[in-house]
Design a protein around this ligand. Structure first.
Ligand code: C2E
Ligand code: CA
Ligand code: CA
Ligand code: CA
Length: 277
């Protein structure tokens, strides 16, 4: 919790970020960021809403500039998606997440990690092989990995990409539909996707206590999840009231600043220790 709040002043340093973005707009700049090991992987816990126990963690990338400033992903992921280099970042994240899980499992830590996958990464012919090889390289069981794909990324999926997800699903990898409820035509294709989890977008959680319409949408997603035997995660929970509201709607798992902000791996290990000591 402390770390990201501490980073906030530098997070918004406009001059540094302008320079950083100019760098990442060029392919050479992005490769340099990878080669110089300037990306960091932070982790945000997902908890059981009833007893607040840790169920898994989501891996979220940050870019550490030589100045020490930290660039949040919404500043560079869209650019990397534009110039095609997102696949390299996503693969670095996947490997780093598995490496961290390996370290943690040997210390008896929690078992599951979720990584975000861009549509372009999924498009790659060797997507399934990459995931398989990364898992086996770090001796991570497929069941310990969850892939988060946004509803928008999945909206215009072709059969080939659905088959890739199904192959991973059949191996035991979890597949989550991220930012659920913000895209379109979800209901018409949801039953064709090999997904295991729906992540209710933060925008429905924001006003869930005061807006009956948002509570109604959430309730509808809950019944949808039940009917399709999907797990449900609510993201962006910031208050006790939101949490209680979600518990009363029978949402089991959640994520948000109320429980923990994203944090570096060492701090996450500390957090888990503090929570369960
Ligand atoms: P996302 O996958 O929807 O991740 C959730 C975002 O919400 C994260 O922002 C997280 O820090 C933030 N968040 C979590 N709980 C709360 C809360 O209670 N309140 C508020 N206000 N925010 C909360 P972050 O880490 O800045 O990431 C932004 C987006 O960047 C992610 O949204 C994801 O779409 C993308 N992203 C991050 N890492 C990767 C990656 O490795 N690969 C790809 N392709 N995309 C990534
Ligand atoms: Ca996500
Ligand atoms: Ca999300
Ligand atoms: Ca989001």
């Amino acid at each position: 919790a402390r770390t990201e709040r501490m980073q906030h002043p530098t997070f918004y340093s406009p001059t540094v970020q302008r320079q950083a973005l100019a760098q990442i707009r060029t392919e050479a700049g992005l490769h340099a960021a990878l080669a110089l090991d300037q990306f960091e992987l932070w982790f945000q816990p997902k908890v059981n809403l009833k007893d607040r126990s840790l169920t898994s963690v989501e891996a979220l990338v940050r870019w550490r500039l030589p100045s020490g400033d930290l660039v949040p992903p919404n500043k560079f992921i869209p650019i990397a998606e534009g110039n095609g280099l997102i696949t390299l970042i996503d693969r670095w994240v996947l490997a780093k997440a598995c490496e961290s899980m390996r370290t943690w499992q040997t210390q008896g830590g929690p078992a599951r990690v979720a990584v975000n996958i861009s549509a372009q990464h999924l498009e790659q012919d060797d997507f399934v092989t990459t995931v398989e090889q990364t898992l086996s390289h770090f001796s991570i069981s497929p069941a310990a990995l969850e892939l988060e794909l946004t509803e928008t990324a999945l909206a215009d999926l072709n059969q080939e990409n659905i088959d890739k997800l199904r192959a991973l699903r059949n191996m035991g990898v979890g597949i989550a539909l991220d930012d659920f409820g913000t895209g379109y035509c979800s209901l018409s294709y949801i039953h064709r996707l090999p997904i295991t989890t729906l992540k209710i977008d933060k925008c429905f959680i924001d006003n869930i206590v005061t807006e009956s319409a948002d509570a109604a949408v959430t309730q509808t997603i809950v019944s949808l999840a039940k009917n399709f035997h999907l797990k449900l995660v609510a993201e962006g929970i910031e208050t006790e009231e939101q949490c209680q509201c979600l518990v009363s709607l029978e949402v089991e798992t959640g994520q948000g600043y109320l429980f923990a902000r994203p944090m570096p791996f060492a701090e996450l290990q500390q957090w888990v220790g503090d929570e369960f000591a």
